[in-house]
Design a protein. Sequence first.
Lengths: 189, 176
Amino acid sequence: MLSKHKSIRNLALMALLFMAFSGAANAQNPTASGVINANLVNKNGISIQFDTNSSGITLGAAGTSAATADFGAVSAFGPLSGGVTRPSVTAGSYTVRTIFDVQVVQGGLTSLTYTLTANLAAAAPIGLSYKVDAITLSTASQTIQTNGGYNTDIPHNLDLVVSTAAPGAGGPAVGTPITTVINFTATAN
Amino acid sequence: MVGGLLCLLAASAGAQTSTGQLTITMNVQSSISLVFQNNPAVGTAGFCPLTNAGTNNVGLDLGTAQFPGSAHSAACVNYAHITGALYEVSSAFDVVVTKSNSSSANYRLAAEISTPPPANVAWLINNVTLSTTTFTTLDSTDSFGSAITKTLQVQVKNTVPAQALQETVTFLATAN
């Protein structure tokens, strides 16, 4: 009887020892850790894009810095495309107009405004001249606006002044597409 | 090394710019316009004033007239008995046609009335009777930019019942 009690006690002791060693083993599971050293260089810069104005021609590639504006057929007395108006007709010339938006976005600058300039990429075709906000363009840079606000569409008038003269007599070519490129530059003030 | 650093600093301090291109396309077309104007003699006999003069949509009031007694209410009209049974009321005005981006040297002018007149009533321009079915040529080589004087005539036979005679006369200028 006494021997049986000893056997039971020994089994209990062995179980306790096993449990104790098991706990010790769990407490020593290997771990690992690491850190990421991240860097970002926040550069400053500005961008320009052309947007369609609700009163003007629907621009091609609107929202980019390389947009197109198709006036369609223009004449002194005939119908005009949507978004094109004819604010004046005189004996010597007539003006067709559309409105387009310029949006300049800046980041990382303390600049509050920008200066907008424009120039023709090549000399104006015969019988035509181009104006932005009443400023006649040439191949030399012309200042259009000196205090443009960032991050908002700013409307500008684009006028094409067309001579009424006949082709070959100082007037523009008739019945053929005429394409002109206007370069715009926005400079942070 | 210091020089290079200064160059970098100078570059970063420069004004920030962005460029864009807007490509414009257009197609110029020849065009002409026609407007009616008061003749310089407006107000005198034979030259009634136009309403809305200077446009391509004007009014011309010839007043009232009757066969007996050569009676007519408007002093600005010409009234005449053409035959023993026909009278005519007339008034003149100017037509000006302008061209743009055209090498055309001149234009031809035609006219048409919009509704058939009552029996024994005729509408004429410079003695050319107008019809509702076709444009009747009035001139073949009118000059652009010049005022061309035209006389609108209405001829009424004495058998025509009393009524208002109203007509719309459409003029058509075509560049040659």
